[in-house]
Design a protein around this ligand. Structure first.
Ligand code: MG
Ligand code: MG
Length: 256
């Protein structure tokens, strides 16, 4: 099901560069977050993100990625859209929506990758709970990112936490190593068994990204070949950070 990719252990100097990439990525998020209100278009959000990236001399690894080439620098996914939503000048945010923003930054040849979901105005109690559980699931996963643990420990912790709240984690989309490439090894699924998988070592840099659904874990891809939606039309959320495994505490790279 998953392609195995090379795991690249980063030097402290490389992690420093990735930390800077992560800081820039976090500043993109901060800018987009400010704009989240009814009436703003998803293309407006992309334009604002591109402006911040440009001010740092950076680009997003998303633009031109894949087949067909992704046409924007961020993905904007609304409500039942889980990930990979394509910004569009006619698509407006509405009161009560929840919106997921994913962005990457390439800085000095290294990638930082992070995402968040947020409410637009006042949202339903279900949406609020979904946002809280998904963000906490990311933190629960990060807590496992320690030397000597295994990728399965992260996966199991995320799955257990989400399912204990009566919600569902995606089967098809996973966290991943990140560095010179946006997708490196190891793959870190959002489901799994503790004690299995790849041994975590200092210098590994991984983007963890729980994607959580209210109804079932099933998804489908829209005819635009990018947008992933919940199969049953229920709400979804997505949080992501790029994190370095160290000798001690996990280091979150994608913060200001
Ligand atoms: Mg991402
Ligand atoms: Mg990612």
């Amino acid at each position: 099901m998953f392609h195995e990719r090379r795991i690249n252990i980063k030097t402290p100097a490389e992690i420093k560069i990735m930390r800077e990439a992560g800081r820039i990525n976090a500043s993109v998020h901060a800018k987009v977050r400010e704009l989240l209100q009814p009436g703003v278009t998803t293309a407006d959000l992309n334009a604002a993100a591109e402006e911040v990236l440009k001010s740092h001399g950076c680009v997003s690894p998303f633009k031109g990625y894949g087949h067909p080439p992704f046409p924007a620098s961020i993905t904007v996914s609304i409500n039942d859209e889980m990930v990979h939503g394509i910004p569009h000048p006619k698509r407006k945010l509405k009161e009560g929506d929840i919106v997921s923003i994913d962005c990457g930054t390439v800085y000095k040849g290294f990638v930082a990758d992070s995402a968040f979901s947020a409410p637009v105005g006042k949202v339903s109690p279900t949406a609020k709970k979904l946002l809280e559980v998904t963000e906490c699931a990311l933190n629960v996963g990060i807590e496992q990112m320690r030397k000597g643990k295994r990728t399965g420990d992260i996966s199991a912790a995320i799955q257990k936490y989400v399912e204990s709240h009566g919600l569902h984690v995606t089967r098809e989309y996973t966290g991943h190593g990140v560095g010179k490439d946006m997708h490196e090894g190891p793959q870190v699924p959002n489901i799994g068994a503790a004690g299995t998988g790849i041994l975590l070592k200092p210098g590994m840099t991984i983007a963890l990204e729980p994607m959580v659904l209210v109804g079932t874990y099933e998804t489908r891809v829209l005819p635009d070949k990018w947008t992933v939606v919940s199969a049953d039309g229920s709400l979804t959320a997505h949080f992501e950070h790029t994190i370095a495994v160290t000798e001690g505490e996990p280091q979150i790279l994608t913060v200001l």
